[in-house]
Design a protein around this ligand. Structure first.
Ligand code: SF4
Ligand code: SF4
Ligand code: FES
Length: 251
C-alpha cells in the first residue's frame, strides 16, 4: 500500500467544552490509529492529550471511540477504514473528559474497591491452594481482562444515565463478582446476591454490548453475567437450592 493522506477528525477540548477539529495526516502501510494520532501530535498538535502505554493491546490505556465505536487506538488498523473515509476519534463518552482524548476513569476504580476481595479459607496458606483444572479454566477467561473499560463505557445503563452510576458497578466488576462466585476457594458468601442487591446486576438486560466491544473477546454476558443472574434467582426463589446452600455452604 502506498502512503496516503487520511482525513482525521479529533475531539479537542477540556472540562469547559470543546469540539471536533479536522486534520490531514499521512498514513503508511500497517499503521494503527494510535500511529496516526502520534503523527498528528508530532507534526501539528504537540499539546494533544492522549493516554497510551504498551501499543500492544495489553495495558488498556488507549481506549477511545473511533467513528462512534469504543475501541483501542493501538489495535485498530487504519486499513479498517477506506482511504477516502473520515476517521473520527473522540474520548470515551461515559466518563468525564479531562483533556482531548483523555477521560477521568476513576468511576471504575471506585467500583473496583466495592467488590470484596478473594477470601481464601483461613486454614490454608498461599502455596497450599489446590483447584481442579476445570475450575481454573472457567475463571481463566475473566482473568484476561486488561481493564480498558470499553465495556464500562458502552453499557447503556450508565452511558446515558449518569444517575445510575452510584447503583451500578458495570460489566467489568459484575464479572469480577461472578469470577469469585465461581471460585472454589472463595469463602465470601452470597456474592451473586450481593451483585444483585449492591452492584446493580438487575439493571443489566443482557444486551451483550459489553461483550461486543471487549478487545479480549471475553464472553462477559454469556459466561459471567447470565450465569450469575441465574444463581442469584435460584438461591432466592428455589427452596431446594436455598436448603442445599444452607447445608453444603463452604466452610
Ligand atoms: S449486557 Fe448488561 S452489562 Fe453488558 S452492556 Fe448490556 S446491560 Fe450492560
Ligand atoms: S472485560 Fe474486556 S472490555 Fe471490559 S475492561 Fe476487561 S478487557 Fe476491557
Ligand atoms: S496502548 Fe496499551 S492497550 Fe493500547
Amino acid at each position: 500500500m502506498a502512503p496516503y493522506n487520511a482525513s482525521l477528525r479529533v475531539w479537542r477540548g477540556d472540562v469547559s467544552g470543546g469540539g471536533l477539529q479536522d486534520f490531514t495526516v499521512e498514513v503508511n502501510e500497517g499503521e494503527v490509529v494510535l500511529d496516526i494520532i502520534h503523527r498528528l501530535q508530532a507534526t501539528q498538535t504537540p499539546d494533544l492529550a492522549v493516554r497510551w502505554n504498551c501499543k500492544a493491546g495489553k495495558c488498556g490505556s488507549c481506549s477511545a471511540e473511533i467513528n462512534g465505536r469504543p475501541r483501542l487506538l493501538c489495535m485498530t488498523r487504519m486499513s479498517t477504514f477506506g482511504e477516502d473515509e473520515t476517521v473520527t476519534v473522540t474520548p470515551l463518552r461515559t466518563f468525564p473528559v479531562m483533556r482531548d482524548l483523555v477521560t477521568d476513569v476513576s468511576f471504575n476504580y471506585e467500583k473496583a474497591r466495592e467488590i470484596p476481595s478473594f477470601t481464601p479459607p483461613k486454614d490454608l496458606q498461599p502455596g497450599e491452594y489446590r483447584m481442579q483444572q476445570e475450575d481454573v479454566n472457567r475463571s481463566q477467561e475473566f482473568r484476561k481482562c486488561i481493564e480498558c473499560f470499553l465495556c464500562q463505557n458502552v453499557c447503556h445503563v450508565v452511558r446515558d444515565h449518569e444517575e445510575n452510576k452510584e447503583a451500578f458497578s458495570g460489566p467489568r466488576y459484575l464479572m469480577r463478582q461472578a469470577e469469585l462466585d465461581m471460585h472454589p476457594l472463595d469463602t465470601k458468601e452470597r456474592r451473586a446476591e450481593q451483585a444483585q442487591e449492591d452492584n446493580g446486576l438487575g439493571f443489566c438486560n443482557i444486551t451483550k454490548c459489553c461483550t461486543e466491544v471487549c478487545p479480549e473477546h471475553i464472553k462477559i454476558t454469556d459466561n459471567a453475567l447470565i450465569p450469575m443472574k441465574e444463581r442469584a434467582a435460584d438461591r432466592k426463589y428455589d427452596p431446594v437450592v436455598w436448603l442445599g446452600d444452607k447445608i453444603f455452604r463452604r466452610k
